[in-house]
Write a protein that binds this ligand. Sequence first.
Ligand code: IUR
Length: 370
Amino acid sequence: CAIDVNLRLPLDLGLAGSEHLAARGGGSIVLIGSVAGRTGGTMLSTPVDYAASKGGLHTIVRWLSRNVVGRNVLVNAVAPGPIKTAMTAGSAVDGSKLPRGRMGEASEIGWLIQGYTAGTIPDYQMAAWLMAGFLRGLTEEETLALVDEMLHSGIVLDLSELPMPKVDKHSTGGVGDKTSLVVAPAVAACGVAVPMISGRALAHTGGTLDKLEAIPGFQTQLPLTQFRSILARCGLCLIGQTEEIAPADRKLYALRDLTATVPFRPYMCASIMSKKLAEGIDGLVLDVKTGNGAFMRREEEARALAEMMVRVGQGMGKRVIALLTDMDQPLGRWVGNGVETAEALSILRGDLTGDLATLCLELGARMLLV
Ligand code: IUR
């Protein structure tokens, strides 16, 4: 059973093998881990003994590697991802549609994301990978592996010490969309904490961080300790991706912008969900834009993105809902970082006329109810 194969055997072999290798002057032991050991399983059919034993296996790897420090033996593990075993039988992926004739492997994606975040994989190689994925597509398994690697490229916050519900919102981006600047403080005033990690402008759409920085002196790069204390004191804090939270998204976000690979569903899903799931939230409201000024011009595309993100978020145990909203014309009356910030303030001061205010009320209400 899984416990014997994934725990007993690697421990017995690892102990005996490391002694043997050390006596011979050194060597390497590579065990087979799994993303399921960290996530609890990416398929509904993943059995609990498999996921739990892979989690234990990762611990054995760390323990064994500590045990052989200084003896020239390297102990490590790889996560080969969805491979054809009795357990994955029935999860249909048409290998003939994939260039390598098989499913993407989590280890390949993990290697790539970790290397890119650490700086050992240069921009030009990552740019090539982004374009390859964009052109040939990613399977659901590969997309989940990408979300997971990006999410765990930094710290995943635990805000359970705050007694109130923690809820965020995120927009897929549009022209004149300054709803976060209105909704975050309004919802915080109702007693819900809003820990918000935002992005910069992407392609033709504006970014919340750039708008905030239109306020002279506004700091969007704060250390985590300050993020937590502002959140506890004010009920909200808006920052950008940092070296600590979702650093992979920070780098990939900028590279997607430069390589024209922004409007690709798996990348959008991984970018948005990795930073949102790292925030320590209980609930999330997604504002998925559709229309001429959005990345998803057609409603079916926007719906598919919304469904993918809801599936990913709910699969990680969060309450997630998505609204599909119109981006056929700019939102509100102003476009530009400074004037949009001023417009957001005028709504907060009570000017509730127009499409922007209506959307803010809708999103805010959903955040309170999610
Ligand atoms: N917002 C994000 O944070 N990431 C994205 O990829 C898009 C919007 I599009």
